[in-house]
Design a protein around this ligand. Structure first.
Ligand code: C5P
Length: 267
């Protein structure tokens, strides 16, 4: 294949079934407010708004599946499904919920709501050659390996080190095979690329974004709030009754023309 597949052949899997233990609060991490909208709604909008994805398998804690309602107006169908004990098993569940016509899969963490515009497309394009590509960032800090008692054992050359992000894109058949092999070998990876690598697939690295943070701690949430005013991270917000929030004006100035994130009143 030489061109980016049409949206009806592309499905997203959004793992969002983690416990969120490091971000305690009155509601589950996935539904914490980020600039006036639930964090997970922002993630879904970001995936849906560029027209590259035909459906989204959303992997949730089992207790949330029945009650989940996608944000109003989302232009892509959402298929809620229950997660597993580890991210890998959650992604497997999401993958099996995708309809048969889906040939390409984009896995994107529910906890990364600031997915930058264009990154899904860049990863899809990057995956055409070998069937797999992921967003990642070259390491810019000096890297130390710790030994006994938290003393430095070694300084690790960083020239060829990258930090993996999502989206991670792959051909569906390759991803399914890699999960089957991992299950047979008892192998657990912390991302999809690790499973594909283990199968010998060459996975292309696509430059991601520092804004594309995974929200794990309260500090991450604060950083994400601050990033919202940046063009690469901002998305216009409107409330359920169509009125704009004060952040909307800033965001729209920053990034005109993008579809809105609808703020639901019931969460
Ligand atoms: O905890 P971790 O960094 O692996 O989480 C990455 C993403 O995977 C998060 O969006 C989280 O909700 C999801 N996850 C999941 N099922 C698990 C663990 C994590 O869907 N069992």
């Amino acid at each position: 294949m030489t061109s980016i597949p049409p949206a009806e052949k592309v499905g997203a899997v959004v793992p969002a079934a983690g416990g969120g233990e490091r971000l305690p609060g009155p509601v589950a991490k996935q539904f914490r407010d980020l600039g006036g909208a639930p964090l997970l709604h922002r993630t879904l909008w970001r995936l849906a708004e560029e027209g590259r994805v035909g459906c989204i398998a959303l992997v949730l804690p089992a207790s949330e599946v029945a009650s989940f309602e996608p944000p109003a107006g989302l232009p892509v169908p959402v298929l809620p499904v229950a997660g597993g004990s580890e991210r890998q098993y959650s992604v497997v569940n999401g993958l099996s919920a995708l309809p048969p016509e889906v040939e390409w899969v984009i896995v994107h963490d529910g906890a990364r709501p600031l997915l930058p515009p264009g990154l899904v497309e860049a990863c899809l394009a990057g995956a055409l050659e070998t069937g797999a590509a992921i967003a990642a960032l070259p390491v810019s800090d000096t890297v130390k390996r710790a030994g006994m008692g938290d003393f430095i054992e070694a300084t690790v050359p960083r020239g060829d080190l990258w930090l993996a992000q999502t989206p991670q894109v792959s051909r569906r058949d390759l991803l399914e095979r890699s999960f089957a092999l991992a299950a047979a070998d008892g192998f657990e990876g912390t991302d999809e690329a690790a499973l594909l690598e283990a199968m010998g697939i060459r996975v292309r690295l696509i430059p991601g974004s520092k804004f594309n943070i995974k929200i794990t701690t309260p500090e991450d949430l604060e950083m994400a709030e601050a990033y919202l005013t940046h063009p690469e991270a901002a998305a216009p917000l409107i409330t359920g009754d169509g009125t704009q929030t004060s952040q909307t004006a800033q965001a729209q100035t920053a990034r005109a023309g993008a579809p809105p994130v609808i703020i639901r009143e019931d969460r």
